[in-house]
Design a protein around this ligand. Structure first.
Ligand SMILES: *Cc1c(COP(=O)(O)O)cnc(C)c1O
Length: 462
């Protein structure tokens, strides 16, 4: 690429350049992520055990540590074409505003009704449920993006969709709830009296505003008490990261078109699916010894799984009905303060990303929410997109790296994941605009309470 050839504002792929297979990073990882364990026997979950909860094909993907490329079924490719490829945008205006020599790119996943990347996995999971002849699926949703994406996917394939929505979001985001109901989903605020585990949690914590961990327990119970239903999850699991690699594969294809090689790749991390999806093809090159990148996960200071959590087997849910996953965790009993990035309030983290972080292949930082909204507003005013609070964690880190380049004069290339739009987060923006936004950083004592709930057994020292 000659120096003088200007990179376009948006690098689009042609329809026939959209990837036709997902990339399974686990196949190339030297240290594989640890398997899910049955909490009763402490043995790896078998396919049969997992099939009681998840669709068969998704179980196969969950357990597949060896196949590098998994073909995307034609029906899913066709659906992807309705809103993909997503643009890779050169943030010329932001660069100009920051007066930085850094070159900033973002991969924008907000161009669909769900407003986030979550549709990439929702459509895949709904497809496999339909193919198996199921009646419907159950799930949880925090901020509502996952529930929205899944409702869209289920209505497309004619599946019933039962969503347990974290109560605080259910009350704060009535419009999200209505989008889901418009797509035909049944939405229940969690914890609820519709499940045994919900009743138990309400008895122990009356007045709780809920958490993702609670909602997962309820959704799993709702699945197990209904014939022809399976549970689906919007993040954390290997299968979800796999589907989200469409983000990274498109990003890499777009960069390759212009022979651009990023120095730094940044993403926000809730359960790790967008970040895992974005970085997989790049980390693949790293673990195969072909190239090096700096990879940065950004999480909220109020829910710091990577930066202050421990690497151990833990429950994925508050009700302790799900398998144990080895991950960076704050403990399944940890209920984060009501920060505004609902999608980043999960106590654990993807086992794949946890292993990469543990092996030093990836870095992680935490940021406070007022700094995040500062970055969100700066970005919105020059790039024309009102970002989701979750995505704005990545914006914060990208701006900080670009400002470092300004000091050193280095022309680094920074790529970050802009996972979605923030139109349903205006209550948070309102707080920020009124100067009422508060930062909350949990104390060590509070974290210790969460760690105390992590199961102890030989081999699970932390
Ligand atoms: C759910 C969500 C996230 C965080 O989830 P990951 O699984 O960590 O990607 C980030 N951004 C948006 C917009 C979301 O909806």
């Amino acid at each position: 690429m000659a120096e003088h050839t200007k990179i376009p504002y948006k690098i689009y792929l042609e329809e026939n350049e959209i990837p036709t297979a997902w990339y399974n990073l686990r196949a190339d990882m030297k240290n594989k992520p640890a398997p899910l364990l049955n909490p009763g026997t402490l043995r790896p979950m078998t396919a049969q055990e997992l099939q009681d909860v998840f669709c068969d094909e998704l179980v196969a993907q969950e357990l597949n540590d060896t196949t590098a490329y998994i073909p995307i079924p034609q029906e899913i490719q066709d659906f992807y074409k309705m809103y993909r490829p997503s643009p890779l945008v050169r943030a010329y205006c932001l660069e100009e505003k920051l007066q930085t020599p850094a070159k900033i790119y973002y991969k924008f996943e907000g161009n669909n009704t769900s407003g986030s990347h979550k549709l990439n996995s929702a459509i895949a999971q709904a497809y496999y449920a339909k193919k198996q002849g199921l009646k419907g699926v159950t799930t949880e949703t925090g901020a509502g993006q996952w529930g929205t994406a899944l409702s869209m996917a289920c209505s497309y394939f004619g599946l019933d969709c039962l969503v347990y929505m974290v109560k605080v979001s259910y009350e704060q985001k009535p419009f999200r709830r209505e989008v889901m109901r418009t797509y035909g989903a049944t939405v229940t605020p969690s914890p609820s009296m519709t499940t045994e585990v919900g009743k138990k949690i309400l008895a122990e914590h009356p007045g709780t505003t809920g958490s993702l961990g609670c909602a997962i327990s309820e959704a799993v119970e709702a699945e197990s008490t209904r014939d022809g239903y399976r549970y689906v999850l919007g993040s954390v699991l290997n299968q979800v990261l796999l589907h989200q690699t469409i983000i990274g594969l498109e990003t890499k294809a777009a960069l390759d078109k212009y022979k651009i090689v990023p120095d730094i790749i940044i993403g926000c991390a809730g359960g790790g699916s967008n970040l895992g999806g974005l970085i997989s093809p790049f980390v693949g090159e790293m673990v195969r010894g072909e190239r090096n990148y700096r990879i940065i996960a950004v999480e909220p200071a109020s829910c710091p799984s990577f930066t202050r959590g421990v690497f151990a087997y833990d429950f994925c849910d508050t009700g302790k009905v799900c398998p144990l996953a080895k991950m960076y965790t704050l403990g399944s009993g940890f209920i984060p303060s009501a920060n505004h990035a609902g999608g980043l309030r999960y106590h654990g983290m993807s086992p794949v990303l946890s292993q990469l972080y543990h092996d030093g292949i990836m870095e992680a930082i935490s940021v406070e929410q007022s700094a995040v909204f500062d970055a969100a507003v700066r970005f919105a005013r020059v790039e024309g997109i009102l970002p989701a609070p979750e995505s704005s964690h990545a914006i914060r880190a990208a701006i900080d790296e670009a400002l470092k380049c300004k000091e050193t004069g280095e022309e680094k290339t920074i790529v970050f994941g802009l996972t979605g739009t923030g139109y349903f987060d205006m209550a948070a923006y309102e707080k920020y605009n009124n100067g009422e936004m508060q930062d909350y950083i949990p104390g060590q004592e509070e974290l210790q309470k969460g760690f105390d709930g992590i199961p102890r057994f030989p081999g699970n020292e932390f």
